[in-house]
Design a protein around this ligand. Structure first.
Ligand code: AMP
Length: 146
């Protein structure tokens, strides 16, 4: 499948759609999933226009996974999670719905189940507050790269 520049994440990267951003650098962007499966559900994307994981140059993958680890630490701290689940869906058959490669960061806690994938939008005020908590954790003492 060829990359299409009209996908929602490409629009977020260009600033044509809003997003609750938590981290950005030259190569990557992290923002809140608009239909979170759990509180704190965050997405990390490379700026490189790749459809899926198999399409992403190794160098961009390295940068994206490093940022994913850093943001995951902040998410774990911000939501006092017991664990972190990462998800990466490549291809419609795997459940991918947005065709710009991304990693899902899902904070997990004992006894809290995941909601359905890409189903129920969260209130913007709630997402804004969650993004604020993660940004705060990213500059806090738990972030070794602060
Ligand atoms: P996937 O099915 O792995 O491609 O995941 C796409 C994710 O993007 C889903 O979890 C959606 O809830 C999420 N999503 C869709 N549109 C937006 C948007 N405009 N901003 C943030 N997240 C979005």
């Amino acid at each position: 499948m060829a990359y299409r520049s009209d996908n929602v994440f490409a629009k977020i990267l260009r600033g044509e759609l809003p997003a609750h951003r938590v981290y950005e650098d030259e190569h990557t962007l992290a923002f809140m999933d608009i239909m979170p499966q759990v509180e704190g559900h965050t997405l990390v994307i490379p700026k490189y226009p790749a459809v899926d994981l198999l399409d992403l140059p190794t160098e961009d993958l390295s940068k994206t996974i490093q940022v994913t680890q850093r943001v995951a630490r902040a998410v774990k701290h911000a939501f006092s999670a017991d664990g972190i689940m990462l998800a990466q869906l490549s291809g419609a058959a795997a459940g991918q719905t947005v065709f710009h490669v991304h990693f899902h960061i899902l904070p997990r806690a004992d006894g809290i189940d995941l909601r359905l994938h890409a189903r129920d939008p969260a209130e913007p005020e709630v997402l804004a507050e969650h993004a604020r908590r993660i940004r705060e954790a990213l500059i806090g003492p738990n972030d070794p790269e602060r």
